[in-house]
Write a protein that binds this ligand. Structure first.
Ligand code: ATP
Ligand code: MG
Length: 331
C-alpha cells in the first residue's frame, strides 16, 4: 500500500501492565511526541503483550484508559497520530500466526530479553508459556503490519527489533519484497534507572514514580532512594557522579541545578536528605503540566480516540493482510 502522506512510518507500543512512569516519559513518550511531525505514527496499547507475564486481566481496562490519557496529556495528538488498542485489530493475530511459521525456535530462546524475563519471573522451563517465548514474533507482527520504517524504543527493546528485522528479511526472502526492515530510534535517555538504582525503572518492579503520583507520594518515594554508598555522615564528601539522586536532579531539575548541586554535594555543603527534598520538588514541578492536562482526558474522550484509531489502523492492517495473503498464496 502506498504511504498516504509520503512520510515514513512509525509504530510503537506500551503494555497495560500498570501506570506510566518517568522512564516511559523520558525513554519513549517525549520522543513519540517529537516524531509526530516527521513521521506517520501508530501508537498502540499492547494488551496481548501484557498477557505474556500478567495473566490477571482485571486491571487491564483501567490501565488502558490511564495509559492513553497520559499519552494525550504528554502531547500525543490524535489529529496527527493513530492511537489504538492491539486486540481491537484482529489482523495482528493473523500476521502473528503466519510469521510464527517462519521463526526458528532458537532465535527466540537466545533472545536476551526472554532470558532476563525468565530469570526475573523465577520460573522453570516447565512454566514458560508459548506466548512468552513468542513475544518478539507478536511484536514483529505489530510493527510489520504498518510497514513501519522506524520504531522508537528504550534500550531494553533493541534485541526485539533486531529480531523483527530478521523476520522481515526472512518473509521477503520466501514470499517477495513486502516489508521494510525497521530501524530503532533511541531517545537520549534510553534507560532511566529505577528508584532502587539497580534495574531500569519499570512498572512491574515497584521502583517507579508514575505520571500521576501526588506530591506526597513523590516525596515519600524520593526519600527512599539510595544515594552515594560511600557517604555515611553529612561531613563525608559526596560523589554525585555515582548517585542516582543526582542523575535524577540533572534530568528533572532546572538547567543550572546540576552544576550547583555537584559542588555542594562534593564539598559536603548539602546532605542527602535535603538533596532528596530538592529532587522531590523538581519532580513535582516537572509533572505539574502533564497532571493538569490529565484532567481534561476523561474516559469518554479517550474511548472516542481509540475508536477512531481502530478505524484508521484497520484500513492499513487490512491492506497489509491482503498483500501478505496474496504473497503467501493463502486466501
Ligand atoms: P513492564 O515492567 O510491565 O515491562 P515497562 O515499564 O517496561 O513495563 P513497557 O510497556 O514494557 O513498560 O515499555 C514501553 C516503552 O517504554 C518501551 O519502549 C520501553 O523501552 C520504554 N521504557 C520502559 N521503561 C523505561 C525506562 N526505565 N527507561 C527508558 N525507557 C523505558
Ligand atoms: Mg517492559
Amino acid at each position: 500500500m502506498k504511504q498516504e502522506t509520503g512520510k515514513k512510518r512509525i509504530l510503537s507500543g506500551m503494555r497495560p501492565t500498570g501506570r506510566l512512569h518517568l522512564g516511559h516519559l523520558l525513554g519513549a513518550l517525549e520522543n513519540w511526541v517529537k516524531l509526530q511531525d516527521e513521521y506517520e505514527c501508530y501508537y498502540m496499547v499492547a494488551n496481548w503483550h501484557a498477557l505474556t507475564d500478567h495473566l490477571d486481566t482485571k486491571d487491564y481496562q483501567d490501565n488502558i484508559y490511564y495509559i492513553v490519557r497520559d499519552w494525550l496529556a504528554a502531547g500525543i495528538d490524535p489529529a496527527k497520530s493513530t492511537v489504538f488498542v492491539q486486540s481491537e485489530l484482529r489482523e495482528h493475530s493473523e500476521l502473528y500466526l503466519l510469521l510464527s511459521m517462519l521463526v526458528p525456535v532458537p532465535w527466540l530462546e537466545r533472545c536476551t530479553t526472554f532470558k532476563e524475563k525468565v530469570r526475573d519471573m523465577h520460573i522453570g522451563k516447565a512454566d514458560i508459556s508459548y506466548g512468552l517465548l513468542g513475544y518478539p514474533v507478536l511484536q514483529a507482527a505489530d510493527i510489520m503490519m504498518y510497514k513501519a520504517n522506524a520504531v522508537p524504543v528504550g534500550e531494553d527493546q533493541l534485541p526485539h527489533l533486531e529480531l523483527t528485522r530478521e523476520i522481515a528479511r526472512r518473509f521477503n526472502y520466501f514470499y517477495g519484497e513486502v516489508f521494510p526492515e525497521p530501524q530503532g530510534l533511541l531517545a537520549p535517555t534510553s534507560k532511566l534507572l529505577g528508584l532502587d538504582g539497580q534495574k531500569k525503572m519499570g512498572k512491574s518492579y515497584d521502583n517507579y514514580i508514575s505520571l500521576d503520583e501526588t506530591p506526597q507520594e513523590t516525596a515519600k518515594k524520593v526519600q527512599g532512594m539510595f544515594t552515594d554508598p560511600a557517604r555515611i555522615k553529612l561531613s563525608d564528601p559526596g560523589h554525585p557522579h555515582l548517585c542516582n539522586v543526582f542523575t535524577y536532579c540533572t534530568l528533572f531539575g532546572p538547567k543550572d541545578a546540576p552544576a550547583a548541586l555537584r559542588g555542594d554535594c562534593a564539598a559536603s555543603r548539602i546532605g542527602c536528605t535535603d538533596c532528596k527534598k530538592r529532587l522531590a520538588g523538581y519532580v513535582e514541578k516537572f509533572l505539574a503540566p502533564i497532571q493538569e492536562k490529565q484532567k481534561h482526558w476523561t474516559r469518554d474522550k479517550v474511548r472516542d480516540i481509540l475508536n477512531e484509531g481502530a478505524v484508521k489502523a484497520g484500513k492499513m492492517a487490512r491492506a497489509t493482510m491482503d498483500e501478505v495473503r496474496q504473497a503467501m498464496k493463502i486466501a
